[in-house]
Design a protein around this ligand. Structure first.
Ligand SMILES: Cc1cc2nc3c(=O)[nH]c(=O)nc-3n(C[C@H](O)[C@H](O)[C@H](O)COP(=O)(O)OP(=O)(O)OC[C@H]3O[C@@H](n4cnc5c(N)ncnc54)[C@H](O)[C@@H]3O)c2cc1C
Length: 310
């Protein structure tokens, strides 16, 4: 859908609520004529492309206190939804506890955009490049709605086919668990995030993959999480590939099977510049290459040392 010029050019009223509850109530009152705005970077690209009209009302979330920052809470790393992507990168807690997420954020846009774009906006878009890394880190979302606060797994929210537009809610936090069942002593933790675009840097993604897990002292893989997205694809966990690997050694048989499984299960949204098959094989190659780096042959060839997933 491309809009007419006069449909795009209209000046919205800007509302500055002080609390999440006030923002939700304002949105409920104004309905489809109002849009939440965080950094506004994605909204702006949609308005400029003419794929979305400038709404009659903008509800600016930037004036709400308590939605920014990164801290430790109840065994989780908590990230306020209004935290700018660049502030995420500069925060030592994120680097220490969720380096895979930091790695993904580093690939998003350039500094001038990351300086105002928020992690919440990236998530709510449902196609942001931080999402595969957050899925691999087993993140949850904390929402504030008309019926109060609700936490749900990011994977569950993304698997909803069409978000319920009638439900008004504001993303308040992203939570990443600090330790889980897979935090096994002496196991070698590993993680990787890759974004492949149309060029080397400052590019929209075509394929994104994230994976993390542990290599136990006996050489078996545990706690594997693999996810993939890219472009207009809503990212998802690749559960069958995860199951295939769990308890196995990353030997040539396992890697061959997981290659086939990733190529079969990763379902990229259509892109006018890159055929599905190219993107499926790219995702499969990226996942298998990371797993191969864990093998003796991979390490001998210069594969990187294990590192914490989160
Ligand atoms: C030049 C340029 C390059 C870009 N490159 C990339 C890239 O490489 N990778 C990538 O992933 N993105 C990219 N983007 C898109 C965008 O910058 C990011 O997705 C960004 O993180 C969006 O955050 P924002 O705060 O600006 O969101 P906004 O534009 O403010 O909002 C985006 C959507 O989320 C909703 N929303 C925002 N915050 C909340 C909240 N707390 N609760 C409920 N709803 C909310 C808004 O209503 C809107 O629908 C790029 C944008 C530009 C302009």
């Amino acid at each position: 859908m491309v809009l007419r010029h006069e449909e795009i050019l209209q000046s919205p009223s800007v509302w500055r609520p002080r609390t999440p509850e006030e923002a939700v109530a304002r949105k409920r009152a104004l309905g489809a004529d109002a849009v939440f705005a965080a950094g506004g970077t994605l909204l702006r690209t949609r308005w400029e492309a003419g794929t979305e009209a400038i709404p009659r009302h903008l509800i600016d979330l930037g004036s709400i206190e308590g939605l920014s920052g990164i801290w430790l809470q109840d065994g989780d790393l908590a990230i306020g939804a209004l935290t700018a992507l660049d502030d995420c990168l500069n925060d030592p807690l994120l680097g220490r506890h969720a380096p895979i997420v930091a790695q993904a954020i580093r690939t998003i846009a350039g500094w001038s955009v990351r300086n105002v774009a928020t992690i919440g906006g990236n998530i709510v878009s449902r196609t942001g490049d931080s999402l595969p890394a957050l899925l691999a880190a087993d993140a949850s979302l904390v929402w504030i709605g008309e019926d109060g606060e609700r936490t749900e797994k990011l994977a569950d929210w993304l698997s909803e086919p069409i978000p319920d537009r009638a439900r008004v809610r504001l993303l308040a936090q992203v939570r990443i668990p600090l330790g889980g069942d897979d935090s096994i002593a002496n196991a070698k933790r590993f993680f990787a995030f890759h974004k492949v675009g149309r060029r080397e840097a400052f590019t929209p993604s075509l394929v994104t993959v994230a994976l993390c897990g542990s290599l136990e002292p006996d050489g078996r893989l545990t706690g594997i999480r693999i996810s993939a997205g890219g472009g207009q694809t809503v990212p998802a966990r690749l559960k069958r590939a995860e199951e295939l690997l769990t308890g196995r050694m990353p030997d040539p048989d396992a890697l061959g099977e997981v290659y086939e499984q990733v190529a079969a299960d990763y379902a990229p949204a259509p892109d006018p510049f890159a055929p599905d098959m190219y993107r499926k094989l790219t995702a499969a190659n990226l996942v298998v290459t990371e797993l191969w780096k864990l093998t003796a042959a991979g390490e001998a060839a210069g594969g990187k040392e294990g590192a914490p997933c989160r």
